[in-house]
Design a protein around this ligand. Structure first.
Ligand SMILES: Nc1nc(=O)c2c([nH]1)NC[C@@H]1CN(c3ccc(C(=O)N[C@@H](CCC(=O)O)C(=O)O)cc3)C=[N+]21
Length: 294
């Protein structure tokens, strides 16, 4: 069993980006500038946004945190988006999801300038991804592709089973793994809450990608020997014996499934840190594309 170490790989990627940023500085060029919009104060959301800001500092990006009250109206959020679109100093930004219930998420994501959409959530970018054109790939699926590539995991002709059909992980993951080239060329099954006899699929899978949010869902009897397992789940499970009062738990019962796996991602330290690294990678691309346009 080999660990797909997202913590280490993300540090490698951040170092590569930092070197490019240093080069930009040396040439007197503008460095990438990333903003994050956060509405309200969800604990997990704050943690994620916090590590994003720290990473920006670490690699020499400029970063801006736009913190808005939970009660902001949809109209006011839309005018904030317009402001970010028009801010010429800003290369890319994300609007942290989920948004409060009184705000139409789709409407907000549609308002983001596709050239600044470093999450790759705008329909124009999602379409480009599906059509195999250059664009910002959604950070979590992009991070998973990087892990597969950097650990040289074989994907061509393999049966990849994705569990979960969310717009930000499951569905884009299923598209990327079916695209031409490496990593990709996989035969993909996208399973979800209405799938019947899911074990029939998982037991025959060469690669399993779980994006479910159900702690310890995937058990050893559901997988075959030699399987590659990518665990996207990150649920905070209350645990009084830990200093933070919770433990981060994945969708995979790691102790038993890892014994049958050829490769497996840990949680924490797997897909999560990769997501942040790829967001930074996308922001670097946004900066380059914008400077090439001028
Ligand atoms: N517009 C938008 N884009 C996102 O990419 C997005 C989002 N909204 N909303 C929330 C989710 C969640 N997300 C995480 C990223 C990194 C970790 C991460 O680095 N996790 C650490 C553990 C961190 C901890 O201790 O909580 C790990 O897995 O090792 C977690 C979660 C990005 N998301």
């Amino acid at each position: 069993m080999q660990l797909l170490d997202g913590k280490k790989t993300s540090e490698d990627i951040k170092q590569e980006i930092a070197a490019e940023v240093q080069q930009m500085k040396n040439n007197g060029e503008k460095v990438p500038h990333l903003a994050a919009v956060i509405v309200g104060t969800n604990g997990a959301s704050l943690t994620y946004v916090g590590s994003k800001v720290r990473s920006c500092e670490q690699i020499g990006f400029e970063s801006t945190l736009v913190s808005l009250p939970e009660t902001i109206s949809e109209a006011d959020l839309l005018s904030k988006i317009k402001e970010l679109n028009e801010n010429d100093d800003l290369d890319g930004y994300i609007v942290q999801l989920p948004l409060p219930k009184h705000i139409d998420e789709q409407k907000i994501l549609m308002a983001i300038d596709p050239d600044k959409d470093v999450d790759g959530f705008h329909p124009a970018n999602f379409g480009k991804m599906a059509l195999e054109m250059e664009t910002f790939l959604p950070a979590t699926p992009f991070g998973i592709m990087q892990l597969l590539e950097r650990y040289k995991v074989e994907t061509a002709g393999k049966h990849t089973v994705v569990i979960g059909r969310s717009n930000i992980v499951g569905r884009p993951m299923s598209i990327l793994m079916s695209r031409k080239g490496y990593p990709g060329d996989s035969t993909v099954t996208l399973t979800h809450s209405r799938t019947k006899n899911i074990e029939e699929f998982t037991r025959n899978a060469d690669i399993i990608i779980t994006a479910l949010g159900v702690p310890n869902y995937l058990k050893a009897h559901m997988v075959k020997d030699g399987v590659v397992v990518i665990d996207v789940g990150i649920t905070r499970v209350e645990d009084a014996s830990h200093p933070k009062g919770y433990v981060i738990t994945g969708d995979v019962d790691f102790d038993e499934v890892s014994k049958k796996s050829s490769f497996i991602t840990p949680v924490p330290g797997g897909v999560g840190p990769m997501t942040i690294a790829m967001l930074l990678q996308n922001t670097l691309l946004a900066r380059k594309l914008r400077s090439a346009k001028k």
